[in-house]
Design a protein around this ligand. Structure first.
Ligand code: NAD
Length: 436
């Protein structure tokens, strides 16, 4: 017998979870407080861009396995209740638990005894144990089940996850495990706090890899080495692996920045100074300055320059611009007096008022400089000789992801600067803080 499943939150995690469970034969209700999202879902369209999700949603809808509603319309909660609401950063850097609290209030009021609350949202180690003791008196057990999917490949990640982590009592973990029947992945069953820590430690480690290679890129610039070769060389070591060793303008998105800050906050709260993590965060902030420094080194002043920023999302294949490096770089360029025009292969909702071109050629034509911020395939594979030819004389291309071929850009007549590439001298911050 499959259990009734309710998911709180129709965001990147909640909707993917609900749709994938419904597509594999479960009856699922997804609840969200956002009327615009519910309207879009009721019309069968996915409220955000995630490859493959809308098709799978159509299949689950056709099979009558998926329902969408507001949390207030549900009088009684039972079976397995998955929590996948947001935990954004507060101004202090901690995880904002207000949306979680509201769901826990609802569970306390409306869940029948025997219900299991499954936490998929990323919550600080220690939070789950407190929620569990709040829900125990009403007969609701609690399991921590952190999520590791990546936007842009979320559906694939759901079915091909590297591991399932379940923190809680043996009996409840066994019930939640049934959600993953048919998925070939190791299962770690542990206590709630360890499960929560797996998520934060994984994100902190991946962020560390990124900041590490960005530091190596600085040394490559100083010493005339090529960081791309170095990253490839160290990635061949099975103990290290090639993933997350791509130098550039740093990590962004709705997870790494907030989760690293929240872990640092938590360490400080417990009286521990997590030097390494603090350095990872600082290095990442510094990477955002690279394009601005490179443009200033080339042009002296950015006042009145037309700069095209290409790729506005925090990574390719998503429409998510939360903590996107491109958005932060646009702010920095505008603060220096540049006139910025953005381009992204799919439409995005940007904060503020930035001119966004519909075609890459329109963004680049007549520009003094280009900043490649996110390596969408369409941008990388564009006709770069033609794009450079349409720019002003003395054009400058800053490749924030080392995704372009420097020889092609330079043959077309522009100056090329990447991150830690030999002809990229001048783009990194030296150990003494001076631009090289
Ligand atoms: N986005 C990712 O790639 C990713 C990956 C792993 C883990 N996570 C974690 O998963 C959680 C959710 O992230 P997300 O990116 O899906 O967030 P999101 O912002 O895309 O979605 C959250 C949704 O929850 C809804 N919501 C808020 N309060 C609610 C309530 N009381 N009842 C019902 N719905 C409510 C919001 O309207 C929103 O639609 C976060 O803790 C995040 O850190 C995210």
């Amino acid at each position: 017998m499959t259990e009734r499943i309710t998911v709180f939150g129709a965001g990147y995690v909640g909707l993917v979870t609900g749709v994938c469970l419904a597509a594999t034969g479960r009856d699922v209700t997804v609840l969200d407080v956002d009327p615009a999202k519910l309207e879009s879902l009721a019309a069968g369209s996915c409220p955000f861009f995630e490859p493959g999700l809308e098709d799978l949603m159509a299949e689950a809808n056709a099979a009558g396995r998926l329902r969408f509603a507001g949390p207030d319309t549900v009088e009684e909660l039972s079976g397995i209740v998955i929590i996948a609401v947001g935990t954004p950063a507060t101004a202090a850097g901690s995880a904002d638990m207000r949306y979680i609290r509201s769901v826990v209030d609802t569970l306390e009021e409306r869940a029948v005894p025997g219900t299991i609350a499954v936490m998929k949202s990323t919550v600080p180690p220690g939070a789950g144990a407190r929620i569990a003791s709040r829900l125990a008196p009403v007969g609701v057990d609690y399991v921590s089940n952190p999520e590791f999917l990546r936007e842009g490949s979320a559906v694939k990640d759901w079915f091909e996850t590297d591991r399932v982590v379940l923190g809680g009592s043996e009996e409840s973990v066994a019930r939640v495990r049934t959600l993953y029947e048919g998925i070939d992945a190791p299962v770690l069953a542990c206590d709630i706090t360890s499960a929560e820590m797996v998520k934060y430690a994984a994100n902190a480690f991946l962020a560390t890899k990124i900041s590490f290679i960005n530091e190596i890129a600085v040394l490559c610039d100083l010493m005339g080495a090529n960081v791309d070769e170095v990253a490839y060389g160290i990635g061949l070591d099975a103990r290290i692996g090639p993933a997350f060793l791509r130098p550039g303008i740093g990590y962004g998105g709705s997870c790494f920045p907030k989760d690293t800050r929240a872990l640092d906050f938590l360490a400080t709260l417990h009286g521990y100074d997590f030097h390494l993590l603090r350095a990872v965060i600082e290095v990442n902030a510094r990477q955002r300055l690279l394009p601005v420094r490179a443009l200033k080194a080339h042009f002296d002043s950015l006042e009145g320059l037309r700069v095209a920023v290409l790729g506005l999302t925090f990574k390719p294949e998503t429409d998510d611009v939360r903590e996107s490096p491109a958005v932060e770089i646009i702010d920095l360029l505008e603060a220096e007096g540049a006139q910025v025009v953005g381009y992204n292969p799919i439409p995005v909702a940007l904060p503020g008022e930035v001119e966004v071109a519909e075609e890459i050629a329109d963004a680049v034509r007549g520009a003094d400089a280009v900043v490649l911020a996110t390596e969408w395939a369409e941008i990388v594979r564009a006709d770069w000789p033609a794009l450079v030819a349409s720019m002003k004389r003395g054009a400058f291309v800053f490749d924030g992801r080392n995704a372009l071929d420097p020889a092609v850009i330079e043959a077309a007549g522009a100056t090329y600067v990447g991150v830690g590439r030999p002809n990229g001298a001048g783009c990194s911050t030296g150990a003494d803080g001076e631009s090289r």
